[in-house]
Design a protein around this ligand. Structure first.
Ligand SMILES: *[C@@H]1O[C@H](CO)[C@@H](O)[C@H](O)[C@H]1NC(C)=O
Ligand SMILES: *[C@@H]1O[C@H](CO)[C@@H](O)[C@H](O)[C@H]1NC(C)=O
Ligand SMILES: *[C@@H]1O[C@H](CO)[C@@H](O)[C@H](O)[C@H]1NC(C)=O
Length: 461
């Protein structure tokens, strides 16, 4: 063999080998991983911030999404309080109760009356999700931490002079901002909002199911992102001098639902009605909330339901698989579309769908000791004796063939030292809610022009 042909033989062999390898990888990809490795640790204590290494999308504007108690939040006031898990569960239940209550009052929870209704506002308790964005308000700019919330409308912050404000977090002072303009009662905008009036200023008050509330005035103000070249002028915001309830790290909420007063709707013409986010898998990493930009080919879209209330994002869930096995759930279990909500922590499923998921999951986990936690997550395991556990994969399917392979951080949720629970729960209704935990590490794209929501894996972390 000449040295030339030897070289080409070597190169050919190398190519063949790489081809085989890539075929093998594809095969694994095609059938998907049936199990994920879950590393068991005591509750995460992250003191170093790990920035997501994903490049930001060209032509877009991004805010970092950070955990309010995590090391990536420059304004964090404290580490997560010991009670924070109980608190997350409490708020998550309240939020789901109020979503269901609102939908019931509109007759939207059972298929018989599932018709399109226009519901511009309904009040939700502050999201249980602890991810925030830091946004600049006013002239000069003042940075305030806001929870991002696809389930609510108004963007609001607490404001001076406070009758009652959250302690330890920034308070916006409108008297120091030259761009702040209170919304007059006589304005068309105020009349459209159909809220109250006080000393000719347009006022609002929202009371949540847990009796917490936020009250103040509507105003228009300039909003900026830290590295943006220009500011958004005259954005309608809520300026709240009276808040009650618990905050431990946020000054307010950035509402991103489909109502015309949400931040995403108000900036839709600038960003071509497109925004996306990625929630990181753990509090020590950053994610993003991004407006505009290009949509990657990896994103698989499902249409926003025509029957959803005008302000919500509903998409049609069509099935679930566990460990690669599609659950045998009657299609009627998914008759009502799913609400996709960044403010609900755990995905809720109708009784039949949940019990089928739970039995197969428990079946596949039967070697591990179940642990009764007396919380609404009812499939918990004590992994004290393990350092790594193989967890069955879970995929959720949506209309138009979208398959979303849930990240391991969205399958098992740590609730105590080495105790983990399945991050899904039953909802005593026909509605399902696709929650934030199950969206972790995926890019979730809201495309208002084409009325569709898309998912792509590997968006952050
Ligand atoms: C909801 O349905 C119930 C029973 O079908 C009916 O009595 C009630 O008036 C409906 N409510 C609304 C707001 O349409
Ligand atoms: C809220 O307040 C009302 C009236 O004061 C009371 O009946 C209700 O039980 C309270 N709800 C909660 C969750 O505290
Ligand atoms: C861990 O292993 C020990 C020894 O085998 C056993 O006694 C204990 O019950 C196990 N704990 C759990 C939570 O499985």
């Amino acid at each position: 063999m000449s040295s030339k042909s030897l070289i080409s033989f070597v190169i050919y062999g190398f190519l063949l080998l790489s081809l085989c390898n890539s075929l093998k990888d594809n095969a694994v990809d095609g059938t998907r991983a049936y199990f994920h490795a879950l590393k068991i640790s005591s509750l995460p204590s992250s003191d170093v911030c790990k920035e997501s290494s994903k490049d930001l999308n060209e032509g877009s504007s991004s805010l970092k999404l950070v955990h309010k108690f995590g090391p990536c939040n420059p304004h964090r006031t404290s580490a997560a309080p010991a009670s924070s898990f109980t608190e997350i569960l409490r708020r998550d239940k309240l939020r789901v109760d109020s979503i269901i209550q609102a939908r019931r009052s509109m007759n939207l929870t059972s298929s018989a009356e599932h018709v399109k209704r226009s519901v511009p506002f309904y009040n939700l308790p502050a999201p249980g999700v602890d991810y925030i964005v830091n946004v600049e308000i006013g002239t000069p700019k003042k940075e305030v931490p806001l929870i991002f919330d696809t389930g609510s409308s108004v963007i609001w912050t607490q404001c001076k002079p406070c009758k009652a404000c959250y302690p330890k977090v920034p308070v916006f002072d409108p008297t120091k901002s030259t761009s702040f303009k209170a919304l007059p009662c006589s304005s068309t905008q105020c009349q459209l909002l159909r809220h109250g009036c006080s000393s000719s200023k347009c006022t609002y008050k929202t009371t949540y199911v847990d009796n917490s509330s936020s009250a103040g005035i509507y105003a228009t103000e300039t909003i900026s992102f830290n590295h943006l070249r220009y500011d958004f002028k005259n954005i309608l915001i809520g300026c709240s001098d009276q808040v009650s309830g618990d905050s431990d790290g946020q000054s307010g909420i950035m509402g991103l639902n489909r109502s015309p007063v949400s931040f995403s709707s108000q900036t839709a013409n600038i960003y071509n009605n497109l925004f996306s986010y990625c929630i990181p898998s753990n509090p020590g990493s950053t994610g993003h909330l991004t407006f505009g930009g290009k949509v990657s080919n990896d994103v698989k879209f499902s249409p926003i339901s025509k029957t959803s209330p005008s302000s919500d994002y509903d998409i049609k869930m069509t099935g679930i698989s566990v460990g690669g096995r599609r659950l045998l759930i009657d299609a009627s279990a998914f008759k009502i579309d799913s609400i996709i909500d960044s403010g609900t922590v755990f995905t809720r499923l109708p009784p039949k769908a949940y019990s089928t998921l739970r039995s197969l999951f428990r079946e596949m986990m039967k070697g591990f000791p179940l642990s009764d936690q007396d919380i609404f997550l009812d499939t918990c395991y004590d992994f004290s004796n393990y350092s790594t556990v193989a967890i069955p994969s879970i995929s959720v399917f949506f209309k138009d063939g979208v398959e979303m392979d849930i990240d391991v951080s969205g399958i098992m949720f740590p609730v105590g030292s080495k105790v983990y629970c399945l991050g899904f729960a039953e909802l005593d209704d026909e509605v399902s809610i696709f929650g934030a935990s199950q969206q972790k590490t995926h890019t979730v794209v809201f495309d208002g022009v084409k009325e569709r929501i898309g998912f792509a894996p590997g968006g952050c972390d």
